[in-house]
Design a protein around this ligand. Sequence first.
Ligand code: ADP
Length: 333
Amino acid sequence: MSELNSKVSGESELAFESALRPKSLEEFVGQEKVRAQLSLILDAARIQNRTSDHILLAGPPGLGKTTLAMIIAHESGQSLRLTSGPTIQNAGDLASILSSLAPGEVLFIDEIHRMSRSAEEMLYLAMEDFRVDVMVGKGPGATSIPLDISPFTLVGATTRSGMLPNPLRDRFGFTANMEFYTDEELTRVLHRAAEKLGIAAEPKALSEISSRSRGTPRIANRLLRRVRDYALVAKSESIDVGLTQSALALYEVDQLGLDRLDRSILDTLAHKFEMKPVGLSTLSAAIGEEPDTIESVVEPFLVRLGLISRTAKGRVITNAGLRHLGLPALDNQ
Ligand code: ADP
């Protein structure tokens, strides 16, 4: 997976991310609509003294879904339990999590689209009636025993909302569709991060980093750290535009924020497949990257920039994509 996009790439990265996480909706930059909607849901629950509706957060990695889950718990005065779809292998795993929840607790399931089928079915009943059916015994003698669980709020996060089965999607009272951030919003994220980390950076340098951060706060913060490293080694007291540009050139992040993996996709579509539509699995084999990473991490941004398009026949590079590679555009687009 592309290093800049990966969730976390090490212990210090984890510490770095958690130090920069906003703690309240007010501190959370951008996503105005989502923030206003969430604030309403949480206020309504507070007024009625009940647990909040279940909330689904959908969008590409690094846009703040985990952060929002933490904020939801914090603002509801509840603790947060974190787990993820791939770690819930079967219904038993989920049953033990659900039955140990304290009343009102917020349960965050990251990558909820990757949960096992049997766990998913158990979750339907839990979300609706705060009850689970636990299977006791095996074979023909197996019986299911209903077990009440404490009322809780489920916050699910997914990078692939299209992969969620309808019965699960329907049980969320609210779905927040997270959008890529504008450059101006990312600059605000970076100002905040620079302040917290004690990094002296010129406003123009922060704008330069924002414009190359693929609309994603995680990437913006990570690039800031890379540029800070560069400044340290160059023994530069503060970060200016020139230094930022040199650092980003070294890390192979181009003007649009594309990294080596993005460019290899564009390059492969242009050269190897000669600008013809290509299926996901063929593309994945050609560049040696997981189809899921291509589809949920890399493509959304390339599509957003109009560099590739997804057609019924497959992925195809657009004229803008060709121009970005310095190639002549085609007449038929
Ligand atoms: P996701 O769960 O969607 O992959 P995270 O919540 O882990 O994303 O966010 C990644 C990093 O980006 C966090 O360290 C957080 O500090 C930062 N971040 C995300 N959204 C915002 C925001 N709206 N304002 C400030 N920082 C943010």
